[in-house]
Design a protein around this ligand. Structure first.
Ligand SMILES: Nc1ncnc2c1ncn2[C@@H]1O[C@H](COP(=O)(O)OP(=O)(O)O)[C@@H](O)[C@H]1O
Ligand SMILES: [Mg+2]
Length: 266
């Protein structure tokens, strides 16, 4: 099977007052077409920096080493002008907080439309049709009317659905979801996970799913990468990692998941 994304020995370094710090150290993983790989680790372990490196969206000052190949093409070191074309078209990202990624001054319909028209030559009319289709796909009721709403007129869960619609509107080969359900309550979280898993299955998109919650990974990913302080402490088939964790840190993460057969003490 040809791999969609191949990350090899990725290191991300930031200059600090105490000298350079590697926030990601020698991380390697691959994502196949139509596969979901989970990245798990506690806050600050380098999950977002790994994701942003793949998207070419690292904050200024960060330097990278290693290799990131998407569809066989090296992304590290490519000029920003070229990476902009890759983003949205070949790879898309969904962030934890949709409010900070959506522009409050434009209707969601216009924002999805602009994303589409940035990559596809088409008429406004055609773009509007695509917007309604995208909103329908993510389960927004009355999509024609809701396309005219501003981000604040949606609930948290619906805003995340809008973000997913925007990320998928150009049918990218790779979708990176960085803690997309963390800001949502548990019921909505489950709905968004089901939605993402369904869209991923139907479209054959390769997905990187980032979370600090191992329980979520086990429901969505076939392979898992466990990160701790910028380092990769475990990588393999999710079932194997869960059945026989090789690292203390993974064992600790696994033990923190409440189990259905745990006794409840009242
Ligand atoms: N602009 C920055 N300069 C220096 N260090 C940073 C910067 N942004 C984040 N970091 C550090 O990088 C590390 C990894 O962060 P991040 O990838 O966001 O973690 P995670 O997503 O796993 O919570 C953290 O220790 C954080 O403090
Ligand atoms: Mg993060």
């Amino acid at each position: 099977m040809s791999e969609l994304l191949v990350v090899e020995d990725l290191t991300v370094t930031f200059p600090t007052t105490r000298g350079p710090v590697d926030v990601v150290k020698d991380v390697s993983f691959t994502v196949g077409r139509n596969e979901t790989v989970g990245i798990v680790g506690e806050s600050g372990s380098g999950k977002s920096m790994t994701s942003l490196a793949v998207m070419g969206l690292l904050p200024p000052g960060a330097t990278t080493k290693g290799s990131i190949r998407l569809d066989g093409v090296e992304l590290l070191g490519r000029p920003d002008r070229e990476l902009r074309r890759v983003r949205g078209e070949q790879a898309s990202m969904i962030f934890q907080d949709p409010l900070s990624s959506l522009n409050p001054y434009y209707t969601v319909g216009l924002q999805i439309e602009e994303m589409y028209r940035a990559h596809r030559r088409c008429s406004r009319k055609e773009a509007r049709r695509v917007v309604v289709e995208a909103l329908t796909q993510v389960g927004i009721p009355e999509p024609e009317r809701r396309a005219g709403y501003y981000p604040h007129q949606f609930s948290g869960g619906q805003r995340q659905r809008v973000m997913i619609a925007m990320a998928l509107v150009c049918s990218p080969a790779l979708l990176i979801a960085d803690e997309p359900t963390t800001a949502l309550d548990v019921t909505v979280q489950a709905q968004i996970l089901t939605l993402l898993a369904g869209l991923q299955r139907d479209s054959g998109t390769g997905m990187v799913f980032v979370t600090h919650d191992l329980a979520v990974i086990s429901s969505i990913a076939t392979r898992v990468l466990v990160m701790c302080r910028g380092e990769q402490v475990e990588y393999g088939e999710a079932e194997q990692v869960f059945a026989a964790p090789r690292h203390d840190y993974t064992r600790m993460l696994l033990e923190s998941i409440p189990r259905i057969d745990d006794e409840v003490v009242l």
